[in-house]
Design a protein around this ligand. Sequence first.
Ligand code: FES
Ligand SMILES: [Fe+2]
Length: 410
Amino acid sequence: MLTRDDNDRLTRIGPGTPMGELMRRYWIPAGFAKQIAAPDSPPVRVKLMGERLVMFRDSKGRVGLLEERCPHRTASLFFGRNEECGLRCVYHGWKFDVDGDCVDLPSEPRDYNLQARVKAKAYPCVERGGLIWAYMGPAEHKPEFPELEWALIPDTHRYATRHIQECNWLQGLEGGFDSSHLSFLHGGSAHSEMRVVPTRYEVVPTDFGFVAGSGRDMGAEGVFWTANVMLMPFHKIIASNPMAAHVWAPIDDENTMLYSVDFNAERPLTETDLARSKAHNGIHTDNIPGTDRAIQNKDNDYLIDRELQARGGSFTGMKGLGIQDCAVQESMGPIADRTLEHLGISDTAIARIRRLLLQTLKDHAAGKPLPGIDPKSWRVRSARYKAPADISFAATMAQHVRMNALAAAE
Ligand code: FES
Ligand SMILES: [Fe+2]
């Protein structure tokens, strides 16, 4: 459990909050590039980190992410005309470019120097891995875009979707690193003898975030470890084949955009790979057309099939891993009250992750260097491997997750 103060510190991400300011030191996904596919295409609304924004692509193909409120008299720039390298507010015609500079002010006398003084809040953006990423932090701290594997490979090697989780980002992240739920929540059977629960839980801080290890003792064979990589501040790389990844990008304190990616670093995804990704029994969801809301959502109890649940065909009676995660994480409330919890041994990793994040908040406040700022530190993968029982996870994991170490070993 956490104190109320610590729970607030970890979960609140609006401007000026400790976690909000920490997250703003990293590149944050604002949307899919395909949402603004062509130059001068219609702007789209983006809510990110508790801020209302509009995203657009100008005549030269550059991407802008501006505060939605027009600096003149606060009308929405979403209704704006995207024309000749700028977004023009439809109320009085003031026009702003991707940098937020006011480039035309037709309602004012020409000699009036207001134009130079008016600036729309604008965040720098880059396009990587089919997504638009924004940097919302202090300009002097803007890091290089990290070497995030799935964002650097060709589009043909990747399948990405997103859906809204109607809860705080930390519930999502914690669920992603909670290895003891796998054989319960995602179990195909209601029978307890089918369940395999890890016996060892480790979390090792690194220069990119941390690696969470869950291990099963295999007797003379040693320990079978799953090493899951967390990259600051809200990424998970999943050890699966094809590989997969999640990003829990906060929309606001009570909603999260969960990006889910399947990818193969070496080759294009095949029809078989894509068919499996699109089957929607995995991490991806089927969404209500034109929205990011899953068809199975909290208003319809995720289409729970009580008959299936009772028969034992599925522990939850809900279809889809992503939906099962969503259901339990949203059921904890918009922001889980962690003062009410009772943690057990199997929550060791969760407790450790919270302590680590709290420590990172302190380090940030003290101006210390942050993990994940060096783009090269991101060259990691999650892994599964066997190791002798008497060697610690901390001592073995690096050679399995660091891509440089992997390449050297080959
Ligand atoms: S409110 Fe936008 S131009 Fe006046
Ligand atoms: Fe899960």
